[in-house]
Ligand binder design. Structure first.
Ligand SMILES: Cc1cc2nc3c(=O)[nH]c(=O)nc-3n(C[C@H](O)[C@H](O)[C@H](O)COP(=O)(O)OP(=O)(O)OC[C@H]3O[C@@H](n4cnc5c(N)ncnc54)[C@H](O)[C@@H]3O)c2cc1C
Length: 526
């Protein structure tokens, strides 16, 4: 047990009241970042760590439900929060988020892509010391076991998350056609999409082994859970943080129909970009007016909580195929990717096109090709719906309201349509069913469609932004909450901006970095 424990003020207690369980570190949320932090901090056998998760925990792989094991498709129902969002005002659609140990890494598509180095350099330039590319690369290397390029100097070969790419022989016909067509269209081929200098089309790096999804529950928690100093409390919904004299000393959770209190020297909030700001607001940390409107006592007026929502707006082109036998909904949902740069853009790899193996189509067996804006200028926001600890937040994305975003997603949509008219992929397609080929589409039409129909790439971040407090950031460059001692936020919510990549690996990297600091320099988090 660490020395610091005794210095931390606990909740008010009478001599007859039993003390609530106390830990050196409590981590809220066992997701991509939280599971990593709990695993890394508990490497020190002298530190007690409690990892709290609202969803269930499956300690044994052979007792883990198939939707979590099967990486060929996402799990949308059984281990989901059933949240929604407004991509454009007035239209409400589901916003999946994992609710289980492993968090969203346990339900996702297992695309294991890093942002480009410039993403992290931009973070550092915005006041996040210690997050430029050279600072984050060691953590990216530490987290992975790259089975294809492990000997490259920018890769790791011994980390908890196994990553591999489908070799050509394992690519489905539509993915082979996608790569052939991308060459016809003049795009480079890229064997390793995680090459920091790379661009072009190639196999996706994926954190899966065969069918097995290598989530943080599998990669990090499985080996760590035997430690006596790590307790994992699943099926425990955190209602709010406990704060006195501007110090967070614990939290209140619901479990088995009862409300419990736990205390800690340091509380780490890793509940994800939608739930971390929600828990902060319920605890009195957030925009004063909003808290007051819901009758919540203001502990800290923090206007940045819930602001700066950053994500990847996306659209898709849908088509039916000539040979329906290639459409198998039990096959891998995705295998390939194209990363490239919009015309005239100074943001490298700001666009992605992805072949999706299959999709529902009322016209017949078919697939979609997704076009995704990877560098987003615009920002959305998240607001509290009520003070009720079970009410989900209101999420308003404001996608493509910024013309720079709408213009580049429009280009990406046109580039995606070109795939349906070229080479092997065109030969495979029977008909394009969306957009309606009978309707002419000007750039203005497509831009309008971007504003009304772009959906989330499921990569929300930035809602508890890291940076300078003078600039409105909520946490400093180690995730420490400005104005509240003993409280750290560490997950997708602290990213100043969404990286030009799917976000799971970056969340794990955040867990690696902040977990390492918490383990080696615990006093700086009190
Ligand atoms: C369907 C889907 C597909 C995706 N595909 C990919 C992909 O292929 N590649 C990729 O890179 N990214 C993908 N993503 C995004 C990526 O998985 C997330 O960005 C990442 O997992 C977020 O990590 P996090 O630590 O911020 O939050 P999460 O991993 O979501 O973890 C938050 C955890 O906190 C828990 N929690 C929340 N509130 C409470 C509470 N009140 N009390 C207790 N616990 C709580 C949650 O249950 C959850 O376990 C996908 C996401 C989804 C949903």
């Amino acid at each position: 047990m660490s020395q610091q424990k005794d210095k931390t003020p606990g909740p008010t207690q009478t001599s007859s009241a039993p003390s609530p369980p106390h830990f050196d570190t409590i981590v809220v949320g066992a997701g991509s970042a939280g599971a990593v932090i709990a695993a890394r901090v508990s490497e020190d056998p002298n530190r007690t760590v409690c990892l709290i998760e609202a969803g269930p925990d499956y300690p044994l792989l052979n007792e883990t439900p198939a939707d979590l094991v099967n990486s060929h498709n996402n799990s949308y129902v059984d281990h989901d929060w059933h949240l929604d969002y407004e991509p454009t005002r007035g239209r409400v659609v589901p916003f999946p988020r994992g609710r289980v140990t492993g968090g969203s890494s346990a339900v996702n598509t297992t695309i294991a892509l890093r942002g480009v180095p410039e993403d992290y350099d931009e973070w550092a330039d915005s006041g996040c010391d210690g997050w430029q590319w050279d600072d984050v690369l060691p953590a990216f290397k530490r987290l992975e076991r790259d089975l294809d390029f492990g000997n490259a100097d920018y890769h790791g070969d011994a980390g908890p998350i196994s990553i591999r790419r489908y070799p050509t022989a394992e690519l489905l016909p539509q993915h082979q056609a996608f790569l052939a067509t991308s060459t016809d269209l003049g795009y480079a081929q890229c064997a390793d999409a995680n090459d920091p200098d790379g661009w072009g089309a190639g196999p996706h790096p994926m954190n899966k082994l065969g069918r097995l999804r290598v989530s943080t529950a599998v990669g990090y928690l499985a080996p760590a859970r035997v430690r006596p100093n790590l307790s994992i409390r699943a099926d425990s919904h955190v209602r709010r943080l406990l704060i006195r004299n501007q110090r967070c000393y614990g939290l209140e959770l619901e479990s088995g129909g009862e409300v419990h209190t736990l205390t800690a020297n340091t509380v780490v909030l890793s509940a994800g970009a939608l739930m971390s700001p929600t828990i902060l607001m319920r605890s009195g940390i957030g925009p004063r007016q909003q808290l007051a409107a819901h009758g919540i006592d203001v502990v800290l007026d923090a206007p940045g909580v819930g602001a700066n929502l950053s994500d990847h707006p996306a659209l898709a082109v849908a088509a039916t195929v000539r040979d329906g036998s290639i459409i198998d909904t039990d096959s891998p949902l995705i295998q390939t990717i194209l990363r490239y740069t919009a015309e005239g853009s100074n943001k490298r790899n700001d666009l992605q096109i992805e072949q999706i193996s299959f999709a529902n189509n009322r016209h017949g067996p078919g697939f979609v090709i997704a076009c995704v804006l990877e560098y987003q200028y615009g920002r959305g926001e998240l607001r509290l719906r009520s003070a009720d600890p079970h009410d989900p937040p209101v999420v308003d994305n404001h996608f493509c309201e910024d013309t720079r975003d709408a213009t580049r997603l429009t280009q990406c949509f046109r580039d995606t349509l070109a795939f349906t008219k070229t080479g092997a992929l065109a030969e495979m397609i029977d008909q394009v069913t969306y957009p309606d080929p009978a309707r002419a589409m000007s750039d203005d039409d497509i831009m309008a469609r971007c504003r009304t129909h772009a959906g989330s790439g499921f990569h929300p971040c930035g809602t508890v932004r890291m940076g300078d407090s003078s600039d409105g950031a909520v946490v400093d460059s180690r995730g420490r909450c400005y104005g509240i001692d003993g409280l750290v936020v560490a997950d997708a919510s602290i990213m100043p901006s969404v990286p030009r990549a799917n976000t799971n690996l970056t969340c794990i990297m955040i867990g690696e970095k902040i977990g390492e600091w918490l383990r080696t320099e615990p006093d700086s988090f009190l």
